[in-house]
Design a protein around this ligand. Sequence first.
Ligand code: C2E
Ligand code: CA
Ligand code: CA
Length: 338
Amino acid sequence: QKLFIYAEDLLKSIRQPIAVNGETIRTSASIGVCYFPSHGRVAGDLIARSEHAMNQAKKIGKDIYTIFDESIENSSILKAEMIQAFNKGLDQNEFEMFFQPRYDIKTGAMLGSEALLRWNKGGKFMAPDTFLDVAEESGMIVNICNHAFDLAFKQYEQLFNGNPPIMLAINVSAKQLSHPDFLNDLFSMMEEHHFPSEMLEVELTEQTLIENYESSLATLNALSSAGVKVALDDFGTGYSSLSYLKNFPVNVLKIDKSFIKDIHQDKSDLELAKAIIAMGKSLNMEVVAEGVENNKQLNILANEGCHQAQGYLLNKPLPFGKFHDLFNETTSSADASA
Ligand code: C2E
Ligand code: CA
Ligand code: CA
């Protein structure tokens, strides 16, 4: 009890404004508390654990004190282990891209694919949802995705090999987009693998744009003037603000799969999808439906004039070899019909 009062008092006195040369300076502190002997018997352990608690206090919002909690320590140990595993995964080329084809709804033509990250752990592929949060938080996402993007460009180079090019969509997270080397890295990868920038589409969520409005705007304008397309992913889920559509150079709207799922049996999902399609069209944007799983959904989308579709009905995300075979089939059948 006494300790808490002491910590409060300390915070209070540190919070007092200080006058320096007629200006007022305010400071604050974050305090981490742990107990002897329950949290450690030697100075090193006690210091490490109070530091842990202090970092927690900083995370929660600073200017507070936090008492050491073992569950916090466990979660950060888990993170440290994940980071080691990421590094090992990078060293041993465990990260791969899968490619999910995207189709023109009217003609049925394959227009390109979305590259989706997979972590190959001894032949078992882990989906990105299981590790992307930690990768994003730790900043490792930049290394992992750069590695994966490079791989995707390299694989597309093999694919093109004299054939007419198709588009490639990549997902970019907030940490990546705000990284100072993002544009440089991306352009040098494209150059190295002779990838035509007009064939690249960058998928971002509205959340990512909000997180760094000014710098996102500058980055997207640079991409756009190089001919790269910008797609708003998961459209309709986040904090949708129509001002994004006006202020950012957006070429493509991807209707989130949560609206597509029940489009054939839920009137409000249908109305929302219709509204997004109509809006995209009137703003001269390509509208893509993701998560198309059955023919009923596809027929409705076709009737409403949605341009493109992607989903398990048409194809799952494929490892490069399979995607390459599919591409060869479609280009040779196009040759045959020509
Ligand atoms: P997303 O961009 O919304 O990607 C679509 C997700 O829907 C993919 O999940 C895809 O496999 C899945 N999907 C495709 N068709 C269907 C369908 O018909 N039904 C259903 N229910 N799902 C379908 P995945 O591959 O697990 O990726 C999850 C998320 O991870 C992606 O969501 C994207 O936000 C992120 N992600 C994937 N690859 C990368 C990457 O290289 N970099 C970054 N930063 N994020 C990535
Ligand atoms: Ca996406
Ligand atoms: Ca999506």
